[in-house]
Ligand binder design. Structure first.
Ligand SMILES: [Zn+2]
Length: 264
């Protein structure tokens, strides 16, 4: 498997950055995990957006799905998607319509968002939308996906991707407060991509994010083989975050940067 970081910002983009988006590729299958604001443009730097097989969404917060809107417009209106020749594009009878694998309730949320300007069915017409349940196991070519609910401010799922036949396993923790069930889900993952949003724990209310140290502790408890921190603002010191996480993890830790490629 090959994982390319397209965007790693928290809910506001880094300068020139993008929110949550990771391109996962394996033996000809391409899947975008999350499609936050800014991600569609970053995807276009690396791949032809009409060739993706699927988009998987961890949860229905704006910074994890908002660029489904420009992506939907592209699939609907791009010259190459039309049935007749337009400019240098020769026309197609089979416009791309990637699968969109999103949490239950996604159709309703997308309709409400794009319905604000009267385009209720934009996303559902552009993609083949399938809502997943916590125990769903969707397959995309040689990749199988599974989900694990994590503590956040809306229903949110960590996402695991497993490749056949070599059995490498990627776990993306999504947005999550400290969670023993995330530790179990990430057990011996080849790579754990884990959020480290906070410089210090939330002072009040429910926990919905982690500090770099907590992210490192999750990696250690899960015995993940590699640990990559993400969802970390460029307004915080990445060297501090890496040191905090590494101290708890007991080994080297990476900080996700746009364009980074991880092989597993
Ligand atoms: Zn969130």
């Amino acid at each position: 498997m090959r994982l390319t970081v397209l965007g790693k910002s928290p809910s506001w983009q880094d300068a020139r950055g993008a929110c949550s988006g990771y391109l996962l590729e394996h033996e000809g299958a391409s899947v975008l995990i999350d499609c936050g604001n800014g991600v569609f443009s970053k995807l276009r730097r690396f791949r032809d957006y009409t060739t993706l097989n699927a988009v998987v969404i961890s949860h229905l917060h704006a910074d994890h799905f908002l660029d489904l809107i420009p992506y939907s417009y592209a699939l609907t209106f791009a010259p190459r998607q039309q049935p007749v020749p337009v400019d240098r594009w020769k026309g197609t009878d089979h416009p791309a319509r990637p699968r969109l694998i999103a949490p239950r309730g996604a159709a309703e949320t997308f309709r409400r968002v794009v319905g604000a300007w009267g385009s209720e069915e934009l996303v559902e017409h552009a993609f083949l939308l399938e809502e997943y349940e916590p125990d769903s196991r969707p397959e995309v070519g040689p990749l199988s996906f599974s989900f694990n609910e994590v503590p956040h401010f809306t229903e949110t799922f960590a996402v695991a991707a497993e490749s056949a036949p070599d059995g490498s396993r990627l776990v993306f923790g999504a947005d999550s407060g400290p969670s023993p069930s995330l530790v179990d889900f990430a057990r011996e993952a080849d790579l754990l991509l884990v959020e480290a949003t906070l410089p210090r724990p939330e002072r009040t209310g429910e926990r919905g994010h982690m500090t770099p140290r907590e992210a490192g502790e999750h990696g250690a408890r899960a015995r993940a083989r590699r640990l990559v921190l993400t969802h970390f603002s460029d307004e915080l010191d990445p060297l501090w975050a890496r040191a905090e996480a590494a101290a708890a993890f007991g080994g080297p830790v990476s900080i996700a940067r746009e364009g980074d490629v991880y092989r597993l």
